[in-house]
Write a protein that binds this ligand. Sequence first.
Ligand code: WQD
Length: 345
Amino acid sequence: MNKGKVIVTGGAGYIGSHTVVELVESGYTPIIIDDFSNSEPEVIRRLEEITGQKITFYNAKVQEESLLPDLIQTAGAIKAIIHFAAYKAVGESVEKPLEYYENNIDSTIAVLRQIQKNQDVKLVFSSSCTVYGQPDNLPVTEDTTRKSAASPYGNTKQICEDIIKDAVSASASMKALSLRYFNPIGAHESAKIGELPIGIPANLVPFVAQTAAGIRDFVTVFGNDYSTPDGTCIRDYIHVVDLAKAHVKAIQYLDDSNEESIYDVFNIGVGKGHSVLEVLQGFEKVNGVSLNYRIGDRRPGDVEMIYADCNKANEVMGWRPRFSLKDALKSAWDWQQHLMEKEHG
Ligand code: WQD
């Protein structure tokens, strides 16, 4: 039974593509809007292979004038919009703040204007734990005070959350949720989709996978003089498929709610922290590989330790993570090996 259509902006991206798979498997029909600025058209084909279904997609920016209004009018039965499309490289956002503010905020406002006009369409917004900065207390709950963002990227997430909240307050009936992701890692079990970093990976796990594959000579651990058990930073790493499933739960929760208007936020993590060295050691162990690594300087902007209290997502939406760190690190290596096979034929 078809549960309706869901527009997925940025649906060819890392988290978006995994969410498209979960939407299809839960009986929804996804419609992707993606400008492929941080993904590839090949991902659409992979999604069709995995789901066995034709995937409708538009190669466009979300904020393109008539795209969304026409799509909502013509497609019919749009249940929700999941808004992933955003520039997300923390370092790049420091160099190009105006591009980040313009793209990430304009696209969110374009989506909100459609939600405002079409009250039956719900919104699930892709936010980030980066809104917390370095929390004073751990684990972070949704009530933990947001700190001023350490980067323009993080600031766009805070600003967009506030815009959505204000838009819901001003509307008689609008339903929206912000999901605050912790650190998504890993890949779909098929190894047909996964993280596709452009150039040198900024994030830890893809860099580790490329080092294990011999593409990088060694991993630099950005600092081992933090006040943590082994001196390296601690994060809450969540399997990207668990994160994808949280979006389906979010839509179902909004669909089932009898409230006229809803705005709420949820932490989506596993509720446990792991250090950089634990990730390296876990990757080596589960995949039977050895990793060259060196201890380097701290990376500016890094928070020392953050991990989630994600009980609210379980209590309210009935979501909880099921995969372990080992599962995620194994899937990351399977995906990396698939990429190498693809490259070397
Ligand atoms: C994790 C840890 C690094 C690379 C970022 C964004 C966040 C979200 C997730 C979008 C840190 C260390 C990393 C390396 C290392 N993105 N590290 N060597 O910074 O926690 O979060 O990605 O929403 O907004 O900020 O993730 O994977 O970059 O780093 O030692 O080569 O690994 O210092 O402690 P981060 P990360």
